[in-house]
Design a protein around this ligand. Sequence first.
Ligand code: NAD
Length: 341
Amino acid sequence: MSKRLLITGGAGFIGGHLVRHIFRAHPDYKVRVLDALTYAGSRENLAEFEGDPRFEFVHANILDIDRHRDAFDGMTDVIHLAAETHNDRAILECGGFVIADVLGTQRMLQAALEAKVERFVHVSTCEVYGSIEKGQFKEEDAFHPNQPYSASKAGGDLIARAYHRTHGLPILIVRPVNNLGPNQFPEKLIPLMISRALADEPLPIYGDGKQIREWIYVEDCCAAIDTVLHKGIPGEAYNIGDEIERDNLTVVQTLLAMLGKPEGKIEFVKDRPGHDHRYALDVTKVRSLGWKAKVGFEEALQRTVDWYLANREWLETIQSRSAQHREFLKKWYDDRMAQTS
Ligand code: NAD
């Protein structure tokens, strides 16, 4: 049956790719994106869908969902991506992360419960499990988040679980590894390093750069989210990844080689406090639903580098907006934090 999807955070990095994936995989579906357009969200990420009768955009904050209940009108399912997502900023302004990622998630869950949606996919992260030296985390493993961002996401993940257990809301939780691909705001490792390398600026790497992350091409992640939406069992969580491990230094060296830039600008800086050493997920469960990743790491990185080279205007526009947005957001959250304390 044709679905009508409410996608929160759809103007962000994964969100724009997810809308494209949904329309390609299910041309008869309708999508309504709800997004506050923080510094990380951009209508440019959704430009190709403007005017498409299957697509709608609602400019709203998930925290204010009570004032935007009509966003749920006619929607069958929800995919909840909206969140504050940058680890470094969470160290500086943790309150905003707790408010958006925990309280914001709870408000969406409550609204979805009242709207009686058929399925609610909550997008969590691999980081909720914490660091692992050997082996891989399975979905039922305990959470040991070490950073304010991961802890906020863990809070949202647990509230989502509780809404299933307590209220019977048909929740599906996904926990993806690091995504890479076009349209990512240039504060995360790969777009940050690409944008700085293009400007011949120093390339700061935390500690010795030997922290290991798992990577997945954003289109593969969107296909996995779609698979879980349709084939997952409500109440269950699904890790999303493809067992591709790379240390941060290797990632930066590889992208510099692709850009034809020297490694001399790499600067090792004091490590991030609480920095996890290694993330690794067991992805047997999502694969058992029939999903399989299609793009390997080097190909994904090459596609990403090529996109940033061809879209320098996007990079400049989004960078120039961010300072303004940051100020606005800080005030917005300060006001709300004052209200909740
Ligand atoms: P992003 O930062 O690029 O986009 C987040 C989007 O959410 C933006 O469009 C922003 O405007 C919107 N938003 C933020 N706060 C909001 C609020 N209060 N109300 C409404 N909209 C709001 O993030 P992303 O990388 O696309 O990540 C999407 C989701 O996937 C997040 O929940 C993130 O935690 C999770 N995730 C991301 C990755 C990754 O590698 N990018 C990995 C695992 C999990």
